[in-house]
Design a protein around this ligand. Structure first.
Ligand code: SAH
Length: 224
């Protein structure tokens, strides 16, 4: 069996990708450094080894994708992560975004609704390097009331609207970065919770995400 290794060639491609993200407007050096440390090809099927460092989304199974590096960098930059921030991520997928957050020193709680994707991460050896990341199989619309409140919330699927339970689970002063449906794409929003519990909204660019769906999907592909 072919093994995942982080070769000189991968490192070179990764450096080039970070330069291109910078050229596209990503300016937060800590985000670029974190992403520069993470072998993205480990998170994808070996068949994609050669093209893991193109600025593109790729299939990861179950009809889902690993987000485009630019999108990961963009959302992470908007979150303004500080070490020890308690961060809730909706849509674990490949776990790439979770690892970027962990590299920045965040305490990561991440939820995935697809059982197969959740199970796959349990046997993903590279994640042993990040024992602090807490993985949950569940419906992101519910958030994680037991672990709330959070300093930051990041949604990595297209939300039909701002999920009220996620807004509730944000600390005062906390921020949520979420792509919300607007015609055929999604507007990236950053919401900041005020001390009176209202949210202020900042609007950013349009993106294209897979949909955020209600409920969970079990190992047989059935909705629950
Ligand atoms: N952050 C991921 C991106 C994966 S794509 C990465 O870095 O690879 C979005 C993911 O959100 C998919 O895996 C999809 O199954 C999941 N998803 C969609 N709706 C969800 C919900 N309500 N709760 C949890 N996960 C959800």
């Amino acid at each position: 069996m072919k093994k995942y290794e982080d070769e000189y060639r991968h490192k070179g491609l990764r450096r080039r990708l970070m330069i291109s993200l910078q050229e596209k407007g990503i300016s937060d050096q800590s985000v670029l450094e974190a992403m520069g440390n993470i072998p993205r090809h480990f998170f994808m099927d070996l068949a994609f080894d050669q093209i893991a460092y193109e600025d593109r989304a790729f299939p990861i199974g179950e009809g889902q994708t690993i987000s485009q590096p630019y999108t990961v960098a963009y959302q992470t930059q908007l979150l303004e992560i500080k070490p020890f921030d308690k961060v809730l991520e909706i849509g674990t997928g490949s776990a790439y975004q979770s690892v970027v957050l962990a590299e920045l020193g965040a305490q990561v709680f991440t939820i995935e609704r697809q059982r197969k994707l959740f199970d796959r991460n349990k046997s993903f050896q590279y994640l042993k390097k990040y024992p602090g990341i807490k993985f949950f199989y569940g419906d992101g619309f519910e958030g994680l009331p037991t672990y709330a409140p959070f300093d930051k919330i990041i949604v990595t699927a297209a939300a039909p609207q701002i999920p009220p339970k996620l807004a509730e689970q944000l600390k005062p002063g906390g921020k949520m970065v979420i792509p919300v449906d607007e015609h055929h794409s999604q507007r990236m929003l950053r919401l900041t919770k005020q001390t009176d519990d209202t949210l202020t909204e900042e609007r950013f660019d349009l993106f294209s995400f897979v949909p955020m769906l209600e409920g969970r999907v079990n190992g047989n592909g059935n909705n629950q």
